[in-house]
Write a protein that binds this ligand. Structure first.
Ligand code: CU
Length: 503
């Protein structure tokens, strides 16, 4: 009977999202030809703005690194301007830095060219570029400008008064009553004109600020409704980047152009609040434009935060969020790529770095020594072992990769779904890489037929797959985080749960 109670739903988390929530920095572990690079890109919060670029070369013999931002598709992707040379750190010849101007909203890539002992190598890193906020003027600067502005207004009025009152008098002559009156009239007129100009300036500034705020990124909205054990997700466009009538936009977002990212149009994480003690990684099916449907697995009642990752044909990724209250669900058994995990609520204290899985296996976080700092580029490594402590012989790729991880801040401000390549959307990464290997092809066409980097196909032997996986990531801010790591052996998808505390 419980399943008949169609209940509920819906509260948008209303945060600023991008691909990932509250975690805009890009971390990527990739290869530019023969050179292995760890790339960190910190995109600006406003556009146009400067993106900070840091590259650590993990290979020897790198002489020079150049970088340039390019649109992901169209002619701009083919006719690249001259790239910037990155600076080598004087202390460390493997560390390169630079800053790049991101000039427009859209789906961009930073193309990195490495020259060195083994020739030239190119790596393309997708960078979704969108203003995330409007910056407020600093109080001191506002105060100073106001004082200077008042001085200018007063000065202009006084000068106009003086000009009409006494400009034509001989030196030393005292203006008579008539001249003084003329001066007062002159000052009044000047005051009205100046105030008019200030008012018009304010109106112009406000309208510019307004049109900019239209460009501030607004993710697709998502709402959830439950019917029996079927969850329906409705996507809607809150009107981001609607161009004024008659103008052709440089970049648009559509709802009917989603492309598969490692085999699925949507990757949905459901996390139970407030303890983050239950996690589900599921894959809803597209029913019609903007509508997804999911047969829920059997799951306990509670309030769940939903994070849905999608990628547009342009390579622009988004994470859509909503919240749903569920009764206890008697649904289907988990199958295919769907998986779940459970752990003690985070509030009961940090979990050990060695996580016991329900089938006796263990997943271990090879924690870096010392304190972890916010924004520090890290390679986080996890290892799966059998009950006897040995490596499983039947390690298998999970959706084409050695592992998938979700990083969630316990206060709900951060969610990031990461892969061994890094924080970039895999579909966008392949779109960018395809241009490096085949420069004439810059169309944003479907990439579903492409092979995943490191993808092992179903029929090949997985005996050689390692039992550990590393994720490049940097925690965006201090606080407590929960990390959900998924690896697969045989037909079993294991979900390890770990806690991290950052000061
Ligand atoms: Cu994934």
């Amino acid at each position: 009977m419980r399943s008949l109670k169609a209940v509920l739903v819906v509260l948008s988390l209303g945060s600023l999202a991008q691909a990932h929530i509250g975690s805009p920095d890009i971390y990527l572990d990739g290869k530019a030809g023969p050179y292995e690079l760890f790339v960190t890109i910190r995109p600006p919060a406003v556009i146009p703005g400067l993106a900070e670029l840091e590259i650590r070369s993990e290979s020897a013999g790198v002489r020079e690194i150049h970088a340039i931002p390019l649109p992901m598709s169209g002619p701009g992707a083919r006719f690249a301007p001259v790239p910037d040379l990155l600076k080598v750190s004087p202390q460390d010849s493997h560390f390169f830095t630079g800053s790049l101007w991101m000039m427009a909203t859209g789906s961009w890539q930073v193309r990195i060219t490495v020259d060195g002992a083994q020739g030239r190598g190119i790596l393309a890193v997708p960078v979704p570029s969108a203003p995330r906020t409007t910056k407020k003027m600093q109080f001191q600067l506002g105060l100073m400008l106001s004082v200077l502005g008042l001085f200018l207004v007063g000065g202009l009025v006084a000068m106009s008064g003086a000009a009409v009152r006494e400009a034509r008098l001989r030196p030393g002559t005292i203006p008579n009553a008539k001249a003084r009156r003329r001066g007062r009239i002159g000052m009044s007129i000047a005051f009205l004109i100046v105030i008019g100009a200030v008012w018009a300036g304010n109106a112009w500034w406000s309208s510019e600020a307004n049109s900019y705020s239209q460009n501030v990124y607004k993710p697709l909205q998502m709402s959830a409704s439950l019917n029996g054990s079927v969850l329906k997700l409705n996507l809607s466009d809150p009107g981001w980047l609607k161009p004024p009538p008659g103008r052709i936009p440089l970049f648009t977002r559509k709802m009917d152009d989603l492309i598969p990212d490692h085999d699925h149009l949507m990757h949905l994480y459901m996390l139970r609040e407030p303890g983050l003690d239950m996690v589900y990684h599921l894959h809803p099916d597209l029913v019609s434009t903007g509508v997804f449907r999911l047969h829920l697995p059997t799951m306990p009642a509670g309030t769940y935060n939903l994070y849905a990752d999608v990628v547009h044909a342009t390579g622009f990724p988004e994470t859509l969020v909503t919240k749903v209250n569920l009764p206890e669900i008697e649904g289907r058994p988990l199958s295919g790529d769907d998986a779940s995990g459970a752990a003690e609520p985070w509030s009961t204290g940090p979990l050990p770095s060695s996580f016991r899985l329900p089938d006796g296996y263990t997943m271990q976080w090879m924690k870096p020594a010392g304190q972890i700092h916010a924004k520090e580029p890290l390679l986080l490594t996890f290892k799966l072992t059998q009950p006897d402590g040995s490596a499983p012989r039947d390690m298998a790729p999970y959706m084409g990769m050695l592992g998938h991880a979700a990083f969630v801040k316990t206060d709900g401000t951060v969610f990031a779904h990461i892969h061994p390549t890094g924080t970039v959307s895999m579909a966008a990464f392949m779109l960018a890489e395809k241009q490096v290997t085949n420069p004439s092809n810059t169309s944003s066409a479907d990439v579903s037929g492409m092979n995943m980097p490191g993808m092992d196909h179903a029929n090949t032997a997985h005996a050689a797959l390692p039992n550990q996986v590393s994720f490049p990531y940097g925690f965006p801010s201090p606080g407590r985080y929960r990390i959900f790591v998924q690896m697969k052996h045989g037909q079993t998808i294991e979900t390890g749960v770990f806690d991290a505390e950052l000061i």
